[in-house]
Design a protein around this ligand. Structure first.
Ligand SMILES: Cc1ncc(COP(=O)(O)O)c(C=O)c1O
Length: 383
């Protein structure tokens, strides 16, 4: 086959006139940091997810950090999460003094195996953090059941899951704690940014303060006409706020969520059709329960050659790729702290050596998917 001349990236944000106009309007408004546009973004987010509260933040990682602080962790406390997740969760758990306890995944969806969670619960367990991997919902009924029996907090890592539904309910819409991310690779972007959704009003008040130094009122209210510029601080906080410039971008993207996710779904279906039955590659599985997949990523597993060789070949065809994710239990600092744990994480181990993310973004054309699939068939046939 003829090799394309231009590079097909792993991902590229879909930015249209609405996004540009929204950002320009904010720039001209006279208020560009956290203010009325962030508030609008949060309100719209509640409407879409069904969550009672939403707090906009500088990143999903900031959201995870605040959620970890809300648990009041002590040295030795344990948090259950898959090793097949982004490093930031594992880092936040560790930096807050707790121990990440990894539970194995389902090889096909890369989601945590809910049946293995109970065995990992100890007297020190404080929370479970399932990841809705690539936009496929984890089995929330199974997870909530265990959490309720053991009185554990559940924090949904919904960084991949804007538009994801589990049995009709949006991720984070169970009224529980969830974090979302607006990194440029995600289903919608705000340049960077994140959101916490939750139902507990008291916790919401506390996290809002922790988001911005612990200061009691939003700056945009303090500096408004007749506002009181004084403030008190009862608990020191961080500088984790989102700007209105970012929220303007996020808000315009949110208005297009359905369009963007529908296009992702079409492209994922095309991949699945084109790659079904091809030897040497496992295509992503989908959950057996009723769900809506957000197709944040399209992660295949290469079974007939080394992933390194496969990726080298993709590069020769001018195709971008990624690895989501290098498994957390293999990180140097984790091994140093907790030793090796391959035995317990069989499916994670198997997946970790094989996974490759293929290009998937709304502005991709159908012929791009066909090109990638043809290239993959050629690469694998030369095995
Ligand atoms: C599964 C997962 N969790 C958390 C995050 C953290 O989000 P952010 O990059 O906005 O800090 C990401 C983002 O890359 C992610 O993929």
């Amino acid at each position: 086959m003829k090799i394309r001349e231009d590079f097909l990236p792993l991902s590229k944000p879909s930015i249209g006139e609405e996004e540009i106009n929204g950002v320009v309007a904010c720039l001209k408004s006279g208020w560009i940091t956290t203010g009325p546009v962030c508030k609008k973004f949060e309100d719209k987010f509640c409407e879409i997810t069904g969550a009672p509260h939403a707090i906009s933040l500088s990143s999903g990682t900031a959201g995870m950090h605040l959620m970890m602080l809300s648990l009041g962790l002590k040295e030795g406390d344990e948090i259950i999460t898959p090793s097949m997740t982004f490093a930031s969760t594992i880092n936040m758990i560790t930096l807050c003094g707790a121990k990440p306890v990894f539970v194995d995944i389902h090889y096909d969806t890369l989601n945590i195996n809910e049946e293995l969670i109970e065995n990992a619960v100890t007297g020190k367990t404080k929370a479970i953090i399932p990841v809705h991997f690539a936009g496929a919902p984890a089995d929330m009924d199974g997870i909530m059941n265990i959490a309720e029996r053991h009185n554990l907090v559940v924090i949904e890592d919904a960084a991949h899951a804007l538009g994801t539904r589990y049995k009709g309910v949006h991720a984070g819409g169970f009224g529980r704690n969830a974090i979302f991310s607006f990194h440029p690779l995600k289903n919608i972007t705000a340049g960077e940014g994140g959101m916490i959704t939750l139902s507990d009003s008291q916790l919401e008040q506390r996290l809002r303060l922790l988001r911005f130094h612990g200061i009691e009122r939003d700056a945009w209210k303090r500096y408004g006409k007749g506002g009181n510029p004084e403030y008190d601080i009862n608990e020191p906080g961080f500088k984790y706020n989102l700007t209105d410039i970012q929220a303007a971008l996020g808000l315009a993207q949110l208005a297009r969520l359905e369009e963007l996710n529908n296009r992702r779904r079409e492209l994922a279906d095309l991949y699945r059709e084109n790659l079904a039955g091809v030897k040497g590659i496992d295509i992503p599985g989908v959950p057996s329960y009723r769900h809506v997949h957000a197709w944040h990523l399209f992660v295949v597993k290469i079974t007939s050659m080394s992933r390194e060789t496969f990726m080298k070949n993709l590069a020769e065809y001018n195709i971008g790729y990624g690895i989501h994710f290098p498994a957390g239990h293999r990180f140097g600092y984790i091994k140093k702290l907790y030793g090796v744990m391959e035995e317990r994480l069989r499916e994670t181990e198997l997946a970790a050596d094989r996974i490759v993310s293929l290009p998937l973004f709304p502005d991709m054309e159908n012929k791009d998917v066909s090109y990638v699939c043809e290239a993959i068939k050629e690469i694998l046939s030369h095995g």
